[in-house]
Ligand binder design. Structure first.
Ligand code: 7RM
Length: 651
C-alpha cells in the first residue's frame, strides 16, 4: 500500500462502540478475557478445548513447542465430523436446519443435522467402498452444493484428509494439486452454475486426470443433469446417486489423534508452485469453534451466512468446521451476486431472515458501485452482525456496509487471518471492542502478534512494519505438504522463532492493528491470493512470450488488478489479438481469477545489474507515479522508455 493511503487511514477517527443491547446479549462481553488469556495462554486454550469440543480421549499435554513445529493437545483423540454432526444429533438440534442451500437457478434445499448425520455416514461408506483408508487423500472439486460439505465431513469421519480445489480453477491447476497430494479418489460434479452458465467441472476433471494418475476412482454428483451430458469412464467414474443408493446407513467416526491431518488446502505463495497448507484435527477444531462462537456471536437462533466458496479457507473454517461445530444454521448460495440481478444477496438475506453475514470487501465495493437501490428493495432488518474478510477494507466500503446493509445498528467484525493461521487472528470481539472503519482492531484472546522492522525490532506507534505472530496458537498450520524446507524458508526464516505473515501492518495509539497489504510477491485480487510468479510462469509457457513480469496494481473493485509486462519473441506480432490470447492462456493454466487485466508489451524490463526485475518501478509506471530511485538499474533508459510507452497505451 502507498504512503498516501496509509496516511488517509491514520486520519480515520470514527469509533463505533458496541450498543448496550448488543453487549448484554453477547457470547463474550467480559473485557478481562484478554488479560486472562495473556497470563496463561496454554491454560486459556485448554479450557476452551475442554468445554467447546467432545473428545474421545483427553490430551495429556497441552502444547509441545519446537519452533517452527507446534503440537497441541497431545494424546487427545477426537473426530471433527463427530463434533460437527453426531454430538448435535444427540440433542434437540437433530431436527434443526444445519444447511439452507440455494442454487443459482433458484432451487432450494434444507438439510437438518439429522439429514447430515445420515448422508455423511452413507458417503463415508461410499468412500470406504472405493478403497479409501485412513490417511489417504481425497480431492474434492465441486460447486457449492450441500454434497461438497457432505464429502468433506465424510472424509473427516474416516480420517482421510481432503484437499478441496476451488471449482474456478482450471484442469491444469487441478492436476497439479492432485499430483502434489497424490490423491486416490476425486469427488466432483457434472458441472456447477455461474451467471447462468455451466462450469464444466467433469470435463475439466477428465482433462486433469489424463495427467494425474494417482486417482483411481471418481465420484460424480449430478448437479446439472437434464440434457447436459458428461462422459463416464467405465471402472473409474461412478455417479454419486448410484453409489449412495445402497450405501449402509452407519459408519463410526474414526478416533483421530489431535495431530492427525484433517486437510490440505493449496494456497499461492511468492514462488510459482502452490503450497499445500496442512491442518490437523485438535488444534484446528479448537481454533475455529471458539472464534466462530465469539467473533460472530453465534447463537442457536441465528441464521448465519458466509458468502465464500468452500474452495477457500474461509469456507473450510467458517462455512463448515466452525459454524457446524457450534450447531449453527448456515445459509449457502451456489452462484454469483449479480444473477439474475444485482440484488440477489439481499433477496437471500430477506428470504431466510439472515442474522449474520460474512463477506469480502471486493463484494462490498461492487455493491457500492451498483448503488444502494438494490439493498433498499429488501427488508434487511433481520441482520444483527456483519463480517469482512480477505483483504483490507477501506473506510468508505466499511461505512457503506455499516449504513446500507447494517442499517447503522450492526457491529462489523473485520477479521484478519490466513489459510496458514487456520482461524481468525485479529478481529474485534463484537460485544467488547469499539470498532474503527478500516482497522481489524485487536488480536483474538490467546493470539500474540507484533510488528517488526527489518532488524526484527518492534516498531513505534503508527509506524509500518512486518506483521508477525510471536507465540504458537492451536490452529496454526503444521507445515506444507511434502515441503518442510519451504515451510521454514517462507514463514520462519525472516525473524528468529516467530511466524512471519507476509503482511505489513501498523499499530495505532490505542493498540489497534491496521493491515497494510502484502509485503511479498503475493497479490490479492478480489480477496483471492495469487502469486505473481505463478502468473509469470503461465505467461512464459506461451510460445510467443520470451519474458514476463507481473505486478498487482490498484483496482477500484478488486482491490488489486493484474498487470503483466511482456517481452514477445522474435517473429510474433505484439498486438491486441496476442493480448487476448495471452489472457486466455493464463485462464487455461490457472483459472479465471488469474486473468490479467492488462498486458503491456515491452522490448525490455527494468533490471538491476544482478538481473533482478525491479517490480517497484513497474508498479510506479502502472500506477502513474513519478519514477522512484533508478540508480541501481543496469540501464535507466529502459524504464523511461517503458513509462512513455505505457502512458501511450492507456485507454
Ligand atoms: C482468510 C484469507 C490471506 C491474506 C492475508 C492478508 C489478506 C485477509 C484480511 C486481510 C486485511 C483483513 N486467507 N487478508 N483478511 N488483509 N484485512 N481482514 O483470506 O490465505 O486466502 O489470504 O489475505 O494479506 O495475508 S488467505
Amino acid at each position: 500500500m502507498q504512503t498516501a493511503a496509509i496516511d488517509a487511514l491514520l486520519q480515520e477517527t470514527r469509533v463505533f462502540p458496541p450498543s448496550e443491547a448488543f453487549v448484554k446479549q453477547a457470547n463474550i462481553n467480559d473485557p478481562t478475557i484478554y488479560e486472562r488469556a495473556a497470563q496463561d495462554f496454554e491454560g486459556f486454550w485448554a479450557h476452551y478445548a475442554e468445554t467447546m469440543l467432545e473428545w474421545f480421549e483427553k490430551w495429556h499435554t497441552v502444547l509441545e513447542w519446537n519452533p517452527p513445529y507446534a503440537k497441541w493437545f497431545l494424546g487427545g483423540k477426537l473426530n471433527a465430523c463427530y463434533n460437527c454432526v453426531d454430538r448435535h444429533v444427540r440433542t434437540w438440534r437433530k431436527n434443526k436446519a444445519a444447511l439452507i442451500w440455494e442454487g443459482e437457478p433458484g432451487d432450494e434445499r434444507v438439510l437438518t443435522y439429522g439429514d447430515l448425520y445420515r448422508e455423511v455416514q452413507k458417503f463415508a461408506n461410499v468412500l470406504k467402498s472405493l478403497g479409501v483408508q485412513k490417511g489417504d487423500r481425497v480431492c474434492i472439486y465441486m460447486p457449492l452444493v450441500p454434497e461438497v460439505i457432505i464429502a468433506m465431513l465424510a472424509c473427516a469421519r474416516i480420517g482421510a484428509p481432503h484437499s478441496v480445489v476451488f471449482g474456478g480453477f482450471s484442469a491444469e491447476a487441478l492436476a497439479d494439486r492432485i499430483n502434489d497430494a497424490q490423491a486416490k479418489v476425486l469427488v466432483t460434479a457434472d458441472g456447477g452454475w455461474r451467471r447462468g452458465n455451466i462450469v464444466p467441472l467433469k470435463h475439466n476433471a477428465d482433462e486433469a486426470l489424463r495427467h494425474a494418475p494417482s486417482v483411481q476412482k471418481v465420484v460424480v454428483f449430478k448437479r446439472i443433469g437434464g440434457d447436459y451430458t458428461v462422459t463416464m469412464q467405465e471402472g473409474r467414474d461412478y455417479w454419486w446417486h448410484d453409489l449412495m443408493k445402497d450405501a449402509p446407513l452407519t459408519c463410526p467416526a474414526e478416533p483421530m489423534d489431535s495431530e492427525d491431518l484433517l486437510y490440505i488446502l493449496y494456497t499461492s505463495g511468492s514462488t510459482g508452485k502452490p503450497k499445500g497448507i496442512m491442518h490437523t484435527t485438535g488444534g484446528y477444531m479448537v481454533g475455529v469453534t471458539l472464534t466462530a462462537k465469539w467473533v460472530f456471536d453465534l447463537k442457536d437462533e441465528d441464521v448465519y451466512w458466509c458468502t465464500a466458496d468452500v474452495g477457500w479457507v474461509t469456507g473450510h473454517s467458517y462455512i463448515v468446521y466452525g459454524p457446524l461445530s457450534n450447531g449453527a444454521t448456515c445459509v449457502i448460495y451456489e452462484g454469483a451476486p449479480d444473477y439474475p440481478d444485482r440484488d440477489r444477496f439481499w433477496a437471500i438475506v430477506e428470504k431466510y431472515r439472515v442474522t449474520i453475514m460474512y463477506t469480502a470487501p471486493t463484494a462490498i465495493r461492487a455493491f457500492m458501485k451498483w448503488g444502494e437501490q438494490y439493498p433498499r428493495k429488501h427488508d434487511l432488518s433481520s441482520l444483527r452482525l456483519l463480517g469482512s474478510v480477505g483483504e483490507p477494507i477501506n473506510p468508505e466500503a466499511w461505512m457503506w456496509y455499516h449504513e446500507h446493509i447494517g442499517g447503522g445498528r450492526c457491529p462489523i467484525v473485520d477479521t484478519w487471518w490466513q489459510t496458514e493461521t487456520g482461524a481468525i487472528m485479529i478481529t474485534p470481539l463484537p460485544g467488547i471492542v469499539a470498532t474503527k472503519p478500516g482497522s481489524a482492531t485487536k488480536p483474538f484472546p490467546g493470539i500474540f502478534p507484533a510488528i517488526l522492522n527489518d532488524q526484527g525490532q518492534p516498531v513505534g506507534v503508527n509506524q509500518g512494519g512486518y506483521l508477525v505472530i510471536t507465540k504458537p496458537w492451536p490452529s496454526m498450520t503444521r507445515g506444507l505438504w511434502g515441503d518442510p524446507e519451504r515451510f521454514v524458508q517462507t514463514y520462519w526464516s525472516k525473524f528468529e522463532g516467530v511466524y512471519f505473515t507476509g503482511d505489513g501492518a501498523r499499530l495505532d495509539e490505542d493498540g489497534y492493528y491496521w493491515l497494510l497489504g502484502r509485503v511479498d510477491d503475493v497479490i490479492n485480487v478480489s480477496g483471492h491470493r495469487l502469486s505473481t510468479m505463478e502468473i509469470e510462469s503461465a505467461l512464459v509457457d506461451h510460445p510467443a512470450v520470451a519474458e514476463a513480469a507481473v505486478i498487482g496494481v490498484h483496482h477500484e473493485i478488486k482491490g488489486q488488478g493484474i498487470a503483466a509486462f511482456v517481452i514477445v519473441k522474435e517473429g510474433y506480432q505484439a498486438d491486441g489479438g496476442l493480448q487476448e490470447e495471452l489472457k486466455q492462456h493464463v485462464v487455461k493454466k490457472i483459472g479465471a481469477i488469474a486473468r490479467p487485466d492488462q498486458i503491456i508489451f515491452t522490448a525490455e524490463l527494468p533490471k538491476t545489474r544482478s538481473g533482478k526485475i525491479m517490480r517497484r518501478l513497474l508498479r510506479d509506471i502502472a500506477e502513474g507515479r513519478a519514477l522512484g530511485d533508478t540508480t541501481t538499474l543496469a540501464d535507466p533508459s529502459v524504464v523511461q522508455a517503458l513509462k512513455e510507452k505505457y502512458e501511450g497505451q492507456e485507454e
